[in-house]
Design a protein around this ligand. Structure first.
Ligand SMILES: CSC[C@@H](O)[C@@H](O)C(=O)COP(=O)(O)O
Length: 362
């Protein structure tokens, strides 16, 4: 069974504390929005889809025991708390998109005279709970589309009818821990494995928070995938030496032109991949795509505390007194991206806006 980062039953939410992994596996109760904001901000839960799901479910557990005088007061509470949750981390767009969708629902229900306040609360709880199942289904579809695209490309390059098993590289953590389950980029790896087509997966350490070394490596060992950890500084050497067929990473926000914000270090991997003629794929659900911004220049990049760079756990590794710059994400230009793998298919960055707009219309 794959790892479970989020445990939810109506009225109760727990998250696997990712600050303690891989040394300790401990679930933390999330009793409401205040706890939800804190576990997201402190990165006890992280990964764009998981942030949105935990944020919304923290609101669900908070309102579950409450009684509301009117639909208007319920709607007001939802709006204020959703906006608060969006402020916990700025770069990933998933929480903002979820908040916008839930607010549209709340507004519609407020106006609907056939719905009373109890039914409105019920419908809101149902909508937040549906996110868990949908995320896993979306990730499975991403996995299937991504594995197919990579294998087809390898086969075409070799002029062969079918590809043999492939080696892939991934960055950060995009697996069960970063989602409701299965994973996005790691879902592609999982699908390659299910097809018997995964020769090897390489994961980067992902300094400074070490999502690769701590979390992805943990998932890969748990799944018994053939896997090797490399340092972030080894990617060029790896692509030169190890016949890697594709790079596949996740996304925190994809702009309308395909520019993609993802974990710091992603951009330089894309540059190196282009140099070595290795295809570079971004795997992300539609809930990570922000058509409201034309390009990556509009993405706010979160800057994290110096301590994440200067210390590993309690141990100081950097010279005291040195200045630090710690952006948590960077933006990979669309021109370096081979394809954006979504649950609805794989798109070239230049096709993304039109294709997604059409999909959303239907
Ligand atoms: C499916 S997770 C996609 C991204 O959120 C992931 O690649 C990433 O950058 C996570 O950053 P984090 O700072 O750990 O939340």
């Amino acid at each position: 069974m794959s790892l479970q980062s989020i445990k939810y039953t109506r009225g109760s939410l727990e998250i696997l504390d990712q600050l303690l992994l891989p040394v300790q596996s401990k679930y933390l109760p999330v009793r409401g929005v205040e706890d939800g904001w804190k576990v997201i901000n402190k990165m006890q839960v992280r990964g764009a889809p998981a942030i949105a799901i935990v944020g919304c479910l923290s609101l669900a557990v908070e309102i579950h025991p409450e009684e509301f005088e009117s639909k208007k007061s319920l709607r007001q509470e939802l709006e204020g708390k959703l906006n608060y949750l969006v402020s916990a981390r700025p770069t990933a767009v998933n929480m903002k998109i979820a908040a916008d969708e839930l607010l549209v629902l709340a507004n519609d229900l407020t106006k609907d005279d056939d719905v009373d306040v109890a039914a409105m609360k019920q419908r809101f709880l149902n909508a937040t709970e549906a996110m868990l199942k949908k995320d896993i289904a979306d990730n499975r579809a991403i996995g299937a589309h991504g594995a197919k695209a990579i294998l087809q490309r390898v086969a075409a390059a070799a002029g062969a009818p079918m590809s043999g098993p492939v080696r892939v590289l991934t960055h950060c953590n995009t697996g069960s821990l970063a989602t409701a389950g299965y994973g996005t980029a790691l879902g592609v790896v999982r699908q390659l494995s299910e097809l018997g087509k995964l020769e090897h997966v390489y994961c980067t350490e992902t300094r400074p928070y070490n999502q690769g070394a701590r979390l992805t490596a943990y998932e890969l060992v748990h799944e018994k995938f053939p896997a090797t950890l490399v340092l972030d500084s080894m990617v060029a050497a790896l692509l030169r030496a190890k016949n890697v067929a594709a790079v596949v990473v996740g996304a925190d926000r994809v702009a309308a032109n395909g520019d993609t914000a993802n974990k710091i270090g992603t951009y330089q991997i894309a540059v190196v991949a282009r140099h070595h003629d290795v295809p570079f794929y971004v795997a992300a659900p539609l809930t990570s795509i922000d058509l409201h911004i034309p390009s990556g220049d509009h993405i706010i990049i979160e800057e994290r505390p110096d301590r994440e760079m200067t210390h590993v756990g309690e141990h100081r590794i950097a010279a005291p007194g040195i200045n630090c710059w710690n952006p948590a994400f960077d933006v990979t230009p669309a021109s370096l991206i081979t394809g954006i793998i979504t649950e609805r298919g794989v798109f070239k960055p230049a096709q993304l806006k039109e294709a997604i707009t059409k999909l959303l219309e239907t």
